[in-house]
Design a protein around this ligand. Structure first.
Ligand SMILES: Cc1cc2nc3c(=O)[nH]c(=O)nc-3n(C[C@H](O)[C@H](O)[C@H](O)COP(=O)(O)OP(=O)(O)OC[C@H]3O[C@@H](n4cnc5c(N)ncnc54)[C@H](O)[C@@H]3O)c2cc1C
Ligand code: FES
Length: 292
């Protein structure tokens, strides 16, 4: 049983852009120098505003924190709409609104159980931050990218296995698994004895497959969810996730705020039958060591 750690105090300020550059075809790393130091726990996020003080963005956007060192904070993001497009335009000395850290983090490491970390696309920061903070020999980290060009190889050291949907773009000196990241995870975890911990962040099909894998191998499973958010701190109720509550039957549920009671939830706590899920295609077995 994990006890939730004390959350670090949040700060609300602006950050000066110190770097904003692509780390792959799909991911951009944003580095900010905050006006004051901050701390975070892996899995926590911040609400960012690319044009603080202007009326252009009434709502801040949530982004997982990749790292914080004093006043330096970093994020990895993908351009998907208006807010992230504005982030893509940021250059040195521009200021970004920052509110964070927010939300419930992944569990802290409390014992010797190995961890299987699964990150897909923009789901890399929270699991990478956990590995950085608490990783040890025996942990298995897997990142899933669309193709070889989409993976930020320079951020993925030898601890990481990489899976790709398409093999194009895998660098000469690297290898990748051709298939789902959860298939890679299942492959790497085969033969590991005893109980462990699965921590995952990514699109809902990945989360659901991570939950299924954890159930199959009887490992504890924690998932970081990415709901649409308005306020980011529990007031607007725009981000709710159905979770189970103790009751007369196992279908008793309530709405939990993803921003405050999450974004990290125990997989067993989510009322999956009420959680909107896109159809999941049958998983393929995948093949090791795919090269272009
Ligand atoms: C806790 C949390 C952590 C996140 N961490 C990251 C991260 O580290 N890197 C990153 O790139 N993104 C992350 N996201 C998603 C990110 O917040 C959205 O991509 C962003 O808000 C989109 O803003 P936009 O104005 O560009 O898009 P919009 O113009 O608002 O929407 C464009 C498209 O993106 C979709 N979208 C909008 N918000 C979300 C969302 N929250 N989740 C999924 N799809 C969304 C919309 O449905 C639409 O299809 C995170 C979300 C949450 C809740
Ligand atoms: S985003 Fe407002 S309550 Fe969660």
């Amino acid at each position: 049983m994990h006890h939730e750690p004390q959350r670090p105090a949040g700060v609300c300020c602006t950050g000066r852009v110190t770097a904003n550059a692509a780390v792959s075809t799909g991911l951009i790393r944003l580095d900010l120098e905050l006006e004051m130091p901050a701390e975070f726990l892996p899995g926590q996020f911040a609400m960012l505003n690319p044009q603080p003080g202007s009326a252009a963005f009434v709502f801040n956007r949530p982004f997982s924190i990749y790292g914080i060192d004093g006043q330096a904070v970093s994020f990895l993001y993908r351009i998907v709409g208006r807010g992230t497009a504005a982030m893509g335009e940021l250059v040195g000395e521009d200021r970004v609104g920052f509110m964070g850290p927010l939300g419930r983090p992944f569990p802290v490491r409390e014992d010797d159980r190995p961890a299987l970390l699964l990150g897909g696309g923009v789901g890399l920061p929270p699991v990478a931050a956990w590995l950085e903070r608490w990783g040890r020999d025996g942990d298995l980290a897997c990142f899933g990218a669309r193709d070889g060009g989409d993976a930020p190889w320079q951020l993925l050291d030898a601890r990481w296995g990489v899976s790709v949907d398409e093999v194009a773009g895998v660098p000469e000196n690297r290898t990748a698994f051709h298939g789902r990241v959860t298939a890679l995870g299942a492959d790497r975890v085969a033969g590991v004895k005893g109980p462990g911990l699965v921590l995952a962040c990514g699109p809902v099909p990945l989360l659901k497959a991570a939950r299924d894998l954890a159930r199959d191998i009887a490992w504890e499973c924690w998932l970081s969810l990415e709901e649409h958010m308005g306020c980011g701190y529990g007031v607007c109720k725009g981000c709710v996730v159905p979770v189970r509550v103790d009751g007369p039957d196992d279908r008793t549920w309530r709405n939990a705020t993803c921003c405050d009671e999450g974004p990290v939830f125990a997989a067993a706590d989510i009322a999956w039958e009420r959680y909107a899920l896109p159809p999941v295609p049958e998983p393929g077995p995948g093949t090791m060591e795919a090269k272009p």
